[in-house]
Design a protein around this ligand. Structure first.
Ligand code: GUN
Length: 309
């Protein structure tokens, strides 16, 4: 039986509707949430992401500000810019879009974002809160993955879960969230021996590697839930054929656009998984929805309103 497709677009839209109502009541009470996004230089992919973030703020009634310093900015100048935003009361969330230019010390800049305004959840203080199960701001993509599980009624407690990828942005926080939800967690990476065998143990498999279609059928236990974090652009015809040969809809799109998006999970996995997030339309839409959620959460926390973990 083919996998249940976990519809991230629908889940993200439900979250946005809930947030819009919350933003409306906060705004009526004189506490409109505000997000500042810093986009350094001219990275086309980052520009697209940031446009999506600003547009989502507009749709929800969140105040937003886009700041676009030149690519020559220094670490000190960027830190001063962040400090200015830390001091402004109408700004609840600060997001510094990554990657930053080579001359900038990204870790230093991310440390400068005040932990209460750190809507990316990258500050070591928030990382510590997450690992000790205290309320804080959680990185958006893994938080979105957990929302998909929760809203799809997929139980986590006691389940074998395997996270492939150990990045600070996705893999590590995903592992921590699953652990906090009482899963048994294994984290795999490029040095893991017999990756396929380890992945086959998973009831819940999280793929966050950044390599198109790497997780093939032989990595997946039949019936497992597969969460695909990867967003990889495929432009070569031969590579396209490896994933979508015979898929008419994709063929048409690829012919028209000259590219298509593939996750870290090979599409053939949908034939044996129990449930799977598609690419596109899976975890991608959740990331922005969770950024909006974090902005509202940051606004509430800073004003002393209670929030749950
Ligand atoms: N670049 C790619 N993903 C992210 C993210 O989640 N946050 C930030 N700030 N930059 C990114």
């Amino acid at each position: 039986m083919p996998a249940t497709i976990l519809d991230g677009t629908k889940i993200a839209s439900d979250i946005r509707a809930e947030l819009a109502a919350e933003v409306k009541s906060m705004t009526a009470a004189g506490a409109r949430p505000g997000l500042a996004v810093i986009l350094v230089g001219e990275n086309p992919a980052s520009e697209i992401y940031v446009r999506g973030k600003v547009k989502s703020c507009e749709e929800l009634g969140i105040y937003s500000e886009k700041i676009t310093p030149p690519t020559t900015i220094t670490t000190l100048e960027l830190c001063q810019m962040v400090e200015g935003l830390n001091r402004r009361d109408e700004i609840d969330g600060i997001l510094v879009q990554l990657p930053l230019p080579d001359q900038v010390d990204a870790k230093k800049v991310l440390m400068t974002v005040h932990p209460t305004k750190d809507v990316d959840g990258f500050h070591p203080m928030n990382v510590g809160y997450l690992s000790t199960q205290r309320p804080g701001l959680v990185p958006c993509t893994p938080a979105g993955a957990m929302e998909v599980l929760r809203r799809s009624g997929i139980a986590v407690a006691g389940k074998e879960s395997v996270v492939v990828g150990r990045s600070d942005i996705v893999g590590k926080p995903a592992a921590m969230l699953l652990l906090n939800a009482n899963a048994t967690v294994t984290v795999c990476h490029s040095k893991t021996h017999d990756l396929a065998a380890v992945c086959r143990r998973a009831d819940i498999l999280v793929a966050a590697i950044g390599r198109a279609g790497m997780i093939t059928r032989d990595f997946v236990k039949p019936g497992a839930t597969v969460l695909d974090v990867g967003i990889n652009k495929v432009t070569e015809r031969a590579e396209f054929e490896k994933f979508f040969a015979g898929n008419k809809k994709r063929e048409e799109k690829f012919a028209a656009k000259g590219s298509t998006l593939v996750g870290d999970v090979h599409p053939e996995v949908a034939e044996i998984a129990g449930a799977i997030t598609p690419v596109p339309g899976g975890l991608g839409p959740l990331t922005i929805a969770m950024l909006m959620s974090n902005t509202v959460k940051a606004a509430r926390m800073r004003r002393g309103s209670p929030v749950t973990v």
